[in-house]
Design a protein around this ligand. Structure first.
Ligand SMILES: [Zn+2]
Ligand SMILES: [Zn+2]
Length: 181
């Protein structure tokens, strides 16, 4: 997402531009439609970017491991610094801020990297495809959102008496069986 700010860099501090954006941005492993508002303000050192954007990123559900579109809100606020003086074309020293965003020698302010960084931070630690995702069966790995599997339910206390009966019916006592281990 690129904006040419050469004109803005010639303007006085405090001048403002507003943009409505709607663009496909390459975020992480997938391309996502990013939409919203971008407001640029000329500062003494560069351009302050304030973005209110939303997008949807394909992420893996932490319970059922399915890919799903996770909606993200990106509130970006970053000052971007020109590396070239707009009138003279002279190189400008960058501020001592690690990872600061720059405006290139063609006076293009590229928001892609900021969007990418904010989006990756906005992904929840344990993404869920839906609030009540049923997850996978720990026994067979079946996706329980698609209905129950054939495994015995967890916490099988009530089933033990049934198993003992089965053992008795086969004329094998539980003690004997343990002894052969
Ligand atoms: Zn899920
Ligand atoms: Zn199962």
């Amino acid at each position: 997402m690129q904006i040419n700010v050469s004109q803005m860099l010639k303007e006085t501090i405090g001048s403002i531009r507003n943009y409505e954006v709607s663009e496909i941005v390459d975020i992480g492993e997938s391309e996502s439609m990013v939409q919203g508002k971008v407001r640029l303000m000329r500062t003494d050192r560069g351009i302050l970017t304030r973005c209110s954007l939303h997008t949807e990123l394909k992420v893996t559900c932490s319970r059922c491991l399915n890919l799903f579109g996770c909606p993200l809100v990106l509130n970006i606020e970053e000052e971007c610094f020109p590396i070239t003086e707009v009138v003279s074309g002279a190189s400008l020293p960058l501020p001592d801020e690690p990872g600061c965003f720059t405006i290139d020698e063609r006076h293009i302010l590229d928001l892609t990297e900021a969007i990418r960084q904010y989006a990756l931070l906005a992904i929840p630690m344990k993404p869920l495809c839906r609030e009540d995702c049923a997850g996978l069966c720990p026994g067979c790995g079946h996706n329980l959102n698609q209905g129950p599997c054939n495994c015995l339910p967890q916490g099988t206390e009530p089933y033990w008496p049934e198993l003992s009966k089965l053992a008795l019916a086969n004329d094998v006592s539980v003690n004997e069986w343990k002894g052969t281990e």
